[in-house]
Design a protein around this ligand. Structure first.
Ligand code: 4AD
Ligand code: MG
Length: 431
C-alpha cells in the first residue's frame, strides 16, 4: 500500500492509499461516521459506514478523541463538497497514540491558557495558517535579495558593542572579557560587509530587553537588514517600497488559502504597490496635532500616533527625517536641518504602524566619533566601526524589517505574539 500525504491526494484519485496523521474532528450518525484527519499538509475527511466495515474497525472509531494519532487506509475519491476536494472511504484504521483529554477543545480558552499550551496550540488551523504565511514571507525575503544580487552575511549574536539602545540590552558574562551583549541588530557588521561586497543583508534573531508590553513588542524577534554601498536615504526608501510590495504580493499569490482561513480582508493588501506615501517628521507632527494628538516636535511617535497617522493613508507611509535626539547614534545628520537625521520609518496601514526603521549612516569619522561620545558610549568598543570611516568612507544606507510585525500586518492579527512559534515576552519564557 502506498503511503501518501494529504497534499498529494490529487495524484491518487481512485486508488487505495495509506495516510498518517492526527484526528481533528469526529462525528457519527450511528450508521455513518466521519473523521477529519490532518497531517500538516492538509485536512481530509474520512468516511466509514457501519454496514461496510468490520465490527472491530467501527469500535476503534468510537475510541478516537481529539489529536489521537492514527494510520488510515482507504479509497480516495474526488468530492467537490469536501474541504480539499477529496474524501477517503476507510477500510482500515490503526491507533498510533491515544490522546486522552486533549487540553485544547473546540471552545473558548483564554489567551493566557492558550499560550501556556502553545506547544499543542500550534496544531490548530489558525496557527498552522499563520505559520505557513510566515514561512512564505521568510522565503520571499531571501528570494528578493538573492534575485537582486545581495550577499547574505551572517552577523554575530554575541557582541561587544551596543547597536541601538543601551537601556534595552541582554548581557551575559563572557570569560575574561567582561560582558557580552545579545545583538539588538546586525547593522554595524553589515556596514563593514557592504564595503567588501557592495549589497549585503543579514537575517536572524535579535534581542531587546524592552520593558514594553505592547502588541508590537517581543524580547526576541527576527529582523532582516540590507545594507547598500552608495545608496542615499532616497534610494533606501525606494528599495523599501519595492521590497515590502514584493512580500505582500507574494503572500497574496501563494497563501490565499491561509489568508482566507484567517479571515483576512485582502482588499487593502492589494493596494500595496510603489510609490508609498512620504511625509517628513515635521509635517507628520503638524498633521497629528490637527488630528487631535498632543505630540510635540522632538518626541518620538508613539504607537497611538503611528496608528492615527497610518489611518490617513491607503498604503504604507514613510515618515522621514526624525529629530536627532530620538534616534540612534549612527544616523547621518541632515545637512539641510541639523536638528534632524536622514532616516525613515515605514508605517504599515490599517493602524499597524512601524514595520521598518532605516537610515543613511554617518560616513564622516569625526562627526560619528562626536555622536558616540555624546551618547555616552565607549569609543574603544567602536574602534572597528570608526575604521570604516577612516579607510575609504562611503555613502551608505540600509534598513531593518521586523518579520513578526510584517506577518501580523499581512495576516491581520491584532498582536504579534501569534506570529512566532514560541514567543518571548517579558513575562513569558515557557514553553
Ligand atoms: O527601528 P529598529 O530598532 O532599527 C534597527 O534595529 C536598525 N539597526 C535597522 C537598520 O537600519 N539596519 O528596528 C527595526 C524593526 C522595527 O521597525 C520593527 O519592525 C522591528 O525591527 N522591531 C521589533 N519587532 C518586535 N519586537 C520588538 N521589540 C522590536 N523592535 C524592533
Ligand atoms: Mg525603530
Amino acid at each position: 500500500m502506498t503511503t501518501v500525504r494529504i497534499s498529494e491526494l490529487a495524484r491518487h484519485d481512485g486508488a487505495s492509499v495509506t495516510l498518517r496523521g492526527w484526528v481533528s474532528h469526529t462525528r457519527s450518525s450511528g450508521k455513518i461516521a466521519f473523521i477529519v484527519l490532518r497531517d500538516g499538509t492538509g485536512y481530509l475527511q474520512c468516511v466509514l459506514s457501519k454496514r461496510d466495515v468490520p465490527a472491530d474497525l467501527w469500535e476503534r472509531f468510537a475510541t478516537l478523541t481529539l489529536e489521537t494519532s492514527v494510520t488510515v487506509t482507504g479509497a480516495v475519491r474526488a468530492e467537490p463538497r469536501a474541504p480539499g476536494g477529496y474524501e477517503m472511504h476507510l477500510t482500515d484504521l490503526t491507533v498510533i497514540g491515544p490522546s486522552p483529554d486533549f487540553p485544547i477543545q473546540p471552545k473558548e480558552h483564554g489567551t493566557q491558557y492558550l499560550f501556556e499550551h502553545r506547544h499543542l496550540w500550534l496544531r490548530s488551523r489558525r496557527q498552522v495558517a499563520i505559520a505557513r504565511v510566515r514561512h512564505e514571507i521568510v522565503q520571499a525575503i531571501r528570494d528578493f535579495f538573492h534575485q537582486r544580487d545581495f550577499v547574505l552575511v551572517d552577523t554575530p549574536i554575541l557582541t561587544g558593542s551596543i547597536g541601538e539602545q543601551a537601556g534595552e540590552l541582554f548581557s551575559t558574562d563572557y570569560f575574561d572579557l567582561g560582558k557580552a551583549y545579545l545583538a539588538q541588530t546586525g547593522q554595524l557588521y553589515v556596514e563593514a560587509a557592504a564595503a567588501a561586497l557592495g549589497k549585503v543583508y543579514c537575517f536572524g534573531p535579535t534581542f531587546r530587553a524592552e520593558k514594553s508590553k505592547t502588541r508590537r513588542h517581543l524580547t526576541e524577534f527576527w529582523m532582516v537588514e540590507p545594507e547598500v554601498a552608495f545608496n542615499d536615504s532616497s534610494d533606501n526608501m525606494r528599495l523599501q517600497e519595492e521590497f515590502v510590495s514584493y512580500l505582500v504580493a507574494r503572500a497574496l499569490e501563494c497563501r490565499g488559502e491561509e489568508l482566507k482561513e484567517l479571515e483576512r480582508d485582502t482588499a487593502p493588501l492589494a493596494l500595496v504597490t510603489p510609490p508609498f506615501h512620504r511625509i517628513s517628521y515635521t509635517d507628520a507632527v503638524a498633521r497629528l496635532n490637527a488630528l487631535g494628538s498632543d505630540i510635540q516636535w522632538g518626541n518620538d511617535l508613539g504607537g497611538d500616533d503611528e496608528t492615527l497617522l497610518t489611518k490617513q493613508y491607503d498604503r504604507p507611509v514613510f515618515v522621514y527625517n526624525y529629530p536627532k535626539g530620538v534616534k540612534a547614534f549612527y544616523m547621518k545628520e541632515n545637512p539641510d536641518d541639523p536638528r534632524t537625521v536622514l532616516n525613515n520609518d515605514c508605517l504599515a496601514p490599517e493602524g499597524y504602524g512601524e514595520i521598518i526603521g532605516g537610515s543613511q549612516r554617518e560616513d564622516d569619522h569625526d562627526r560619528l566619533l562626536a555622536r558616540i561620545r555624546e551618547q555616552g558610549l565607549d569609543p574603544e568598543a567602536y574602534r572597528w566601526y570608526l575604521d570604516l570611516r577612516k579607510y575609504g568612507t562611503f555613502v551608505h544606507s540600509g534598513f531593518g524589517l521586523g518579520v513578526e510585525r510584517t506577518v501580523a500586518w499581512i495576516c491581520g492579527l491584532p498582536h504579534i505574539r501569534e506570529t512566532i512559534a514560541f514567543p518571548r515576552q517579558i513575562h513569558r519564557l515557557y514553553p
